[in-house]
Design a protein around this ligand. Structure first.
Ligand code: GUN
Length: 291
C-alpha cells in the first residue's frame, strides 16, 4: 500500500506559487487577491475559511474574508457578490457553502462573474468542463486530478467508481475522469443513494472515489485487491481521548481498506490539503486571466 501524501504535494504547489507571487511583487505588480464570503457559523465552513486564509498568507496572496450573520438576506448577499465582481483589486472569490436555507445557493452562484469564480461552480465554468474546454475547475476535483497525475497513477481504460453526485465533487470529478485526457480516459460509474448493488459495483472499481459524506462508509469488503482509493470525506468524530475532543475521519475505513489498496489517500493529509492548493492555483489563473 502506498499512501498518497496530499500534504506534501500541496506544499510543493504552494512553494511554486510563493515564488511566482514574490516575482510579481518584485516587478511592482499587485499581489493576487482571493476573497471569501461566509454566512452563518457552520463549523466545517469556518475551518475551511481559516485554512484558506492561512494558505494565502503563506504564499503571499492577499486574503480577505467577508463574514455575515446567518440572517443575512439573499438580496444583501447578492449585493456583496456584485461588489466583489466589480472590485478590480479582487482576482477571485468564493461564497462558502452551505448557505442558510432562506438563500438560494444556485441564484448566488449564477451571480458570480465566471472570470472570478475560483470555485468553478458557475454554469459557464461547469458547461466548459462538460465540453472539455479550458475553465476554472472546482477545487476538490482539480486537486484529485493533480494527485493522480503527480503519482503517475494510470487512469486510461480503468473502471473508476465515484460515490456521490454532488455539484461540488461527485459530478465534476466523474466528468474529469471520463475526459479524453491524462489523467482521464476512464470508464466511470457514478453511484448515489438510490444505487442498487453498491457493494458489487465498488468491487469492480480500479479507482474508487468516495465523496458520499458518511464517515467510514467504504469498508474493506467493498474494495478490490490492488485498487486505488481516493477519500474525499472529512468528518469530526467526538473522541474524549483526543486532545481537541474529536478526531478526523474520512468516508473510508482507512485502517482496514488500506490493507487491500495499491494507493490510498489518508484523512487528514490527503484530498483536503489539495483542495486549498487547487483553490490557490485557480486564484493565480484568475489573476492572470489564464484558463
Ligand atoms: N463547501 C464545501 N466545499 C466547498 C467548496 O469547495 N467551495 C465552497 N464555496 N463551499 C464549499
Amino acid at each position: 500500500m502506498k499512501r498518497i501524501d496530499g500534504k506534501a504535494i500541496a506544499t510543493q504547489i504552494k512553494n511554486d506559487i510563493k515564488t511566482e507571487v514574490a516575482a510579481l511583487i518584485d516587478n511592482e505588480q499587485p499581489a493576487p487577491h482571493l476573497a471569501a464570503v461566509i454566512v452563518g457559523e457552520d463549523p466545517a465552513s469556518q475551518t475551511y475559511i481559516s485554512s484558506k486564509d492561512k494558505a494565502c498568507k503563506e504564499v503571499g496572496i492577499t486574503s480577505s474574508i467577508y463574514r455575515y450573520p446567518a440572517n443575512l438576506s439573499e438580496e444583501e448577499l447578492l449585493e456583496v457578490v456584485d461588489f466583489l465582481n466589480n472590485d478590480d483589486d479582487v482576482s477571485g472569490f468564493i461564497v462558502q457553502l452551505p448557505l442558510p436555507e432562506h438563500i438560494d445557493a444556485n441564484k448566488v452562484i449564477q451571480r458570480i462573474s465566471p472570470e472570478k469564480d475560483v470555485d468553478g461552480f458557475h454554469p459557464q465554468n461547469m458547461g466548459k468542463l462538460v465540453m472539455g474546454l479550458p475553465s476554472l475547475l472546482p477545487a476538490t476535483p482539480y486537486g484529485i486530478m493533480l494527485l493522480l497525475e503527480k503519482y503517475k497513477i494510470e487512469t486510461s481504460g480503468k473502471h473508476c467508481v465515484v460515490l456521490g453526485r454532488s455539484n461540488i465533487v461527485g459530478t465534476p470529478v466523474s466528468l474529469l475522469m471520463s475526459r479524453k485526457a491524462s489523467p482521464g480516459d476512464a470508464t466511470v460509474t457514478i453511484c448515489h443513494s438510490r444505487t442498487k448493488n453498491l457493494k458489487e459495483i465498488c468491487l469492480q472499481a480500479d479507482i474508487l472515489i468516495a465523496a458520499i459524506g458518511q464517515p467510514n462508509f467504504v469498508t474493506a469488503d467493498m474494495v478490490k485487491e490492488g485498487a486505488v482509493v481516493i477519500d474525499v470525506g472529512i468528518h469530526r468524530i467526538p473522541d474524549e481521548k483526543a486532545e481537541k475532543g474529536y478526531h478526523i475521519t474520512g468516508d473510508v475505513d482507512f485502517e482496514n481498506v488500506s490493507k487491500k489498496t495499491s494507493f490510498i489517500t489518508p484523512v487528514p493529509g490527503g484530498v483536503g490539503a489539495m483542495t486549498i492548493a487547487a483553490l490557490l492555483l485557480n486564484t493565480m489563473k484568475a489573476f492572470k486571466k489564464d484558463f
